[in-house]
Design a protein around this ligand. Structure first.
Ligand SMILES: [Zn+2]
Length: 88
């Protein structure tokens, strides 16, 4: 029954992919440049909440996330820390 073997193979492959996806998500860094921050972020200067959906203002924000505060112009990284080296 080669059809059964094919189906079993497909199910096994899908299960393997599902396990890999779960492991990758579980082990994905929560900090650093590749990290994902799922918490809400407020501006460190004026405490304005940043929108969950962001419009990147420069390539760095496209690549690494972060916001520019609409109220005070402060640059914020994706963890809610002020990005240094740039006058607000
Ligand atoms: Zn601000």
């Amino acid at each position: 029954m080669s059809v059964m073997i094919l189906i079993l193979g497909a199910v096994f492959a899908l299960a393997l992919v599902a396990v890999i996806v779960v492991v990758v998500i579980a082990l994905w860094p929560r900090e650093g440049k590749l990290g994902i921050n799922l918490k809400n972020v407020n501006c460190p200067r004026c405490a304005t909440p940043m929108p969950a959906t962001r419009l990147p203002k420069n390539t760095k924000q496209v690549l690494w996330g972060g916001w520019t505060c609409p109220k005070c112009g402060c640059e914020i990284d994706k963890y809610g820390a002020e990005v240094p080296g740039r006058a607000g």
